[in-house]
Design a protein around this ligand. Structure first.
Ligand SMILES: Nc1ncnc2c1ncn2[C@@H]1O[C@H](COP(=O)(O)OP(=O)(O)OP(=O)(O)O)[C@@H](O)[C@H]1O
Length: 233
């Protein structure tokens, strides 16, 4: 099976004037389609840097990233943006929903953005129904983010990430702002999306216990992967 994410010798050095901070040092790994992988590590170990590079939001200093067989380095900025919209769904710690749109509007706009520049395509209604039901937000779709709990907002953000059937969902501390109950629900949904929808999920977290829900756990320290552990899955 060809990997959906292939990272080879990724290094990143941030420079400002004479100062240089190396955040990643020759990081390599491969992730299979449908796998749920957690990346854990202490603050400053390079997790967010890796997230931004895999999401095509910043460049590596050296090394390569292939997403679904396409090497980022072969794309110009416009092509990379297009690929990011089509292939990657993002879930952030702060939910990042648009405050003036309803939950439904937030999900629909992700579909519209992913299809920008392509012939108009209707939203996938059966998938929308499945996701909103799975995430127990079907009764909340008319509400704006400020009328939803943190857990509900994050579940809307997950529906928004999954509605485009991205090759990968990248989640950066998705439970960082949630209490235990909502955190368990969100982790459960990410687990379910990998198991039932065959969705590849890469989740960054500080929380070693949360990481156990993954199939595999990559431990980072000082910009390197120091250990690969099997999760409970
Ligand atoms: N824009 C930047 N300019 C300079 N140094 C940076 C920049 N971004 C990150 N760093 C440095 O790179 C290293 C890795 O940071 P990174 O944010 O990737 O770690 P992290 O594991 O995500 O940390 P946290 O869990 O605290 O978010 C740190 O030493 C950090 O100070």
């Amino acid at each position: 099976m060809a990997p959906i994410i292939l990272a080879q010798d990724l290094s990143k050095t941030y420079r400002s004037g004479k100062l240089a901070v190396t955040a990643l040092r020759k990081v390599s790994f491969a992730i299979d389609p449908g796998e749920f992988v957690a990346i854990v590590g202490p603050s400053g170990s390079g997790k967010s840097t890796l997230f931004y590079i895999l999401g095509g939001l910043t460049h590596a200093t050296s090394g390569s990233v292939c997403i679904d067989g396409v090497d980022f380095a072969t794309l110009d900025d416009a092509e990379r943006t297009k690929m990011r919209r089509a292939k990657i769904g993002f879930v952030f710690q702060r939910f990042n929903l648009l405050p003036t749109l309803s939950a439904m509007g937030n999900i629909e706009i992700a579909h519209d953005i992913a299809n920008l520049g392509s012939p108009k395509k209707e939203i996938d209604r059966p998938l929308l129904d499945q996701l909103t039901h799975m995430l127990s937000i079907d009764g909340r779709l008319d509400h704006r983010p400020n009328e939803l709990s943190g857990g509900e907002q994050q579940r809307v953000a997950i529906a928004r990430a999954l509605i485009t059937r991205p090759a990968i969902v990248l989640a950066d501390e998705p439970t960082g702002n949630l209490d235990t109950k909502n955190s368990d629900a969100v982790l459960g949904m990410l687990r379910k999306s990998s198991r039932d929808l065959k969705q590849t999920v890469l989740m960054i977290t500080h929380n070693l216990e949360a990481a156990q829900i993954a199939d595999r756990i990559l431990h980072m320290r000082d910009g390197e992967i120091t250990q690969i552990e099997k999760g409970r899955g």
